[in-house]
Design a protein. Structure first.
Length: 185
């Protein structure tokens, strides 16, 4: 499922907020990011032994491999080479990597987001689909999402605890919720 528009300017790009997102991550051995986009969070995260990345748009995956594996970025190139990097629209297949030592970072294209533009709406993933598929995972789930869906995400039924983080959207300050669900033993 290709994305329309310029992937360098995606509304949900985490370039400026990746560091604060990674600070919320507990220790984990496996890092799984089914909606990697430009992989800004992955590149800021050094808390794992194995990483698995995917994005719905193969063009974006090819572009990050090309950019990060330039002469200017040998460390990031090595990091990419050690990770499993794929593209495809079956994001749920990455949930098979679930274990108590897995951290899933999910930043899906937001459904019915008031701030979505015509390019971003092209790849929406229903929030209910995301919540239904992660509710029984053994690993930690960190979900970035639009604040207008806070009540659906941040409640006892879902098990997510939420905080608001500052982000940027096309060089404009914005907010997003960061929802964290840790495993129960």
């Amino acid at each position: 499922m290709p994305t329309k528009g310029n992937p360098k300017n995606w509304r949900a790009g985490k370039r400026l907020s990746a560091k604060q997102i990674v600070k919320t991550f507990p220790k984990h051995k496996k890092y799984v990011e089914p909606f990697a986009g430009r992989a800004y969070v992955f590149f800021k995260n050094d808390k794992y032994e194995k990483a698995i990345l995917n994005d719905l748009d193969c063009k974006v995956i090819r572009e990050i491999k090309k950019q990060k594996c330039s002469i200017k970025n040998p460390a990031q190139c090595n990091k990419l080479k050690e990770a499993t990097v794929e593209c495809g629209n079956d994001w749920k297949k990455y949930l098979k990597h679930d274990s108590k030592d897995t951290l899933f970072y999910l930043d899906p294209p937001y459904e019915n987001n008031k701030t979505s533009d015509k390019y971003y709406k092209f790849n929406e993933v229903p929030l209910k689909e995301v919540l239904d598929n992660v509710k029984n995972l053994k690993g930690t789930v960190v979900l970035s999402y639009s604040p207008d869906r806070r009540k659906e995400i941040c409640n006892k039924k879902t098990g997510f605890k939420c905080r608001t983080i500052k982000t940027w959207s096309f060089a404009n300050p914005s907010e997003e919720i960061l929802a964290i669900k840790k495993p129960r033993f």
